[in-house]
Design a protein around this ligand. Structure first.
Ligand SMILES: C[S@@+](CC[C@H](N)C(=O)[O-])C[C@H]1O[C@@H](n2cnc3c(N)ncnc32)[C@H](O)[C@@H]1O
Length: 355
């Protein structure tokens, strides 16, 4: 294939190995993220577009060759993510060790619902709910961005209980802040009906709505060491700002509505996945929410994302929505019938190449 300098988004219809190898002339050190969602080698002979029942050694070589072709395309601080289920997890880890790349994280992602049809076939073993996302650094400086996720609603509800005081004049200088109990403020200023049957639920909703004013106090060794009275600013020796409230630290509910993302992702729903992106695809389509997270963890707007196993085109579609550029490769006929259809509904320009 003759490649021109990277400028357009690309959908390539063909076997990804020769395509990846031929990209090296023009696309070296371009991609900040490569997301690989290869055939899981399930043993099924039903897959029409690819071999999903390879002998294990053949599958290992399949991955090995493609990874070797991908490294030169990646930026020095880029990230490669490989999604896989239990069957070939061990093989992926062995291949990565062979390539001497650093595993940044091994994420476990919930990818099925217990109520799904597949679960009715689970006999004499526990139903399979999870998959693995192996996040690998291209070089020593590869790292993930800070992504925060909303707190689980149940957890947030119980957390809200502690926040029982309201700063009623938050635009005044800190030392002049006045505090009042939330129930009084909610009934007087926010239209809360304490006698209503859903009063407690409504109070939580109001606390979340006014989260910037809802406060609580907790122990802080620095403040306890220099006790004082009232509300005042404290700057630690490391330059961190605190608000002191008598001999404790003032916390704001607004700083705790979300939390850092961990390496166990149970909040990605697969319900109604078959309708996402306006296309149907039965070979392990991935949720857009999952791809949004992966892309945000590893890239900035304008960066290039590579997906050599396009499937239904989820990565390319989400990359576009997030203002990233993409190259995606798919050998099945669904490159035309599914991926093109999906991308054509988005406001994006791309070139369709057939090597
Ligand atoms: C698990 S699916 C990817 C699903 C995709 N992430 C999505 O959200 O729709 C794997 C895809 O890789 C494609 N594929 C398998 N081997 C390939 C190869 N050598 N070159 C290009 N595509 C390949 C298959 O046809 C299939 O569409």
């Amino acid at each position: 294939m003759n490649w021109s300098d990277p400028s357009d988004n690309l959908l390539v219809h063909g076997d990804n190995l020769p395509v990846l190898l031929s990209m090296q002339s023009k696309y070296s050190q371009l991609f900040s993220l490569a997301y690989l969602d290869p055939p899981y080698n399930t043993g099924s002979r039903k897959a029409d577009a690819y071999d999903d029942a390879m002998p294990s050694l053949k599958w290992r070589e399949f991955l090995n060759e493609r990874l070797a072709a991908i490294w030169p395309l990646m930026t020095q601080d880029g990230v490669v993510m490989i999604q896989i289920d239990d069957r070939e997890l061990g093989t992926v880890l062995e291949v990565l060790a062979h390539h001497k790349r650093r595993l940044i994280n091994h994420v476990v992602v919930k990818m099925s619902e217990l109520s799904g049809v597949k679960m009715t076939h689970a006999r004499a073993r526990l139903p399979k709910l999870k998959e693995h996302l192996l996040i690998v650094g291209v070089g020593p400086s590869s790292k993930l961005r800070n992504v925060r996720v909303p707190k689980d609603p149940e957890k947030l509800r119980s957390y809200c209980r502690y926040y029982s005081q309201v700063v009623i004049n938050p635009s005044a200088p800190l030392e002049q802040w006045r505090l009042e109990p939330v129930r009084r403020v909610a009934a007087r200023d926010w239209g809360w009906d304490a006698q209503a049957s859903d009063a407690q639920v409504e109070l939580v909703a109001l606390k979340i709505k006014h989260a910037k004013q809802l406060v609580y106090r907790t122990n802080n060794a620095l403040i306890a060491a220099s006790p004082g009275q009232g509300i005042r600013p404290i700057i630690s020796p490391e330059g961190v700002d605190y608000v002191a409230w008598d001999d404790k630290q003032m916390l704001f509910l607004s700083d705790h509505l979300d939390e850092p993302l961990g390496d166990l992702w149970t909040d990605v729903s697969t319900i109604n996945l078959n309708k996402e992106g306006g296309v149907r695809f039965r070979h392990s389509k991935k949720p857009e929410k999952l791809m949004r997270r992966c892309i945000k963890l590893a890239t900035e707007p304008g960066d290039w994302v590579l997906d050599p196993f396009a499937g239904s085109g989820t990565t390319a579609a989400v990359a576009t929505q997030l203002g990233r550029r993409f190259v995606t490769i798919e050998q099945g006929e669904h490159a035309r019938t599914v991926v093109r259809k999906r991308l054509d509904t988005l406001d994006t320009a791309y070139r369709f190449l057939v090597p």
